[in-house]
Design a protein around this ligand. Structure first.
Ligand code: C5P
Length: 233
């Protein structure tokens, strides 16, 4: 069954704790990204774990293999459940991340690879030397590369998840942001899908921020998304 992850896109630990408290049992998984982690550090991860929640630490590591290996070990010690790396960090870096995660056994962190940032288009790819491949081709090539080298899953847009889930090995995790329930404000997201479409297309985890956190009744919003996800056969 697909999991719902709420993006804790806030600036302070106090705000993060207030959101987690408010959502209570309606949400069991939170994403902590660069903004909150840079402001509050590992204490905010510990605080969310202390509520008994799972944590997706989205810091998108891209460094030499030894540094990434040690960062994953640090995340594992914090009890983090999902962590991100950039697939363009190369084979040895991806393997180092996966090997470090494996030292924590079955309950250790799972490594998710970012393929191509959704903010990049064809001309951005050409600027950094990736010419002659569309973003979609590059996404698929990097997804196959990352999973072949030990990544447990991929962060992908709702528009990519259908193709990737058909072409990649069973058991691969697909973490999909850009999810909007029908009728919800799209905000700055350009290519969105409903929770049921994303799950039907193969998403194993949905990352949702504003449709829950900015809702008048966040508990009801989270519950409605959960119901929609669970209704997918
Ligand atoms: O508020 P919203 O539901 O748009 O939040 C989505 C979350 O997923 C944000 O934390 C955003 O940074 C993240 N994300 C995204 N698109 C990507 C990668 C990550 O929206 N391609």
């Amino acid at each position: 069954m697909a999991e719902l992850i709420v993006a804790l896109d806030v600036q302070t630990r106090a705000e993060a704790e207030a959101k987690v408290k408010l959502l209570g049992d309606s949400v069991g998984f939170y994403k902590i990204g660069l903004e909150l982690f840079t402001a509050e550090g590992p204490d905010v991860v510990k605080a969310v774990k202390d509520f008994g929640k799972k944590v997706f630490l989205d810091l998108k590591f891209h460094d030499i293999p030894r540094t990434v290996e040690r960062a994953v070990l640090s995340g594992g010690k914090l009890g983090v459940d999902l962590m991100t790396i950039h697939s363009v960090g190369g084979k040895a870096m991806i393997k180092a991340a996966a090997d470090a995660a494996a030292t924590f056994g079955a309950t250790g962190p799972k490594i998710l690879a970012v393929t191509v940032l959704t903010s990049l288009d064809q001309s951005d790819l050409a600027d950094v030397g990736i010419a002659g491949r569309t973003p979609a081709d590059q996404v698929l090539a990097m997804a196959q590369f990352a999973t072949a080298n030990g990544a447990h899953g991929l962060v992908c847009s709702p528009k990519e998840v259908g193709t990737l889930s058909r072409l990649l090995p069973a058991g691969t995790l697909f973490i999909t942001p850009g999810v909007r329930p029908a009728g919800a404000a799209v905000g700055d997201q350009k290519r969105v899908a409903t929770p049921s479409d994303a799950v039907r297309d193969g998403a194993t985890h949905l990352v949702v921020g504003r449709p829950i956190l900015a809702a008048e009744d966040p508990v009801a919003a989270a519950h409605a998304i959960r119901v929609e996800m669970d209704a997918v056969k």
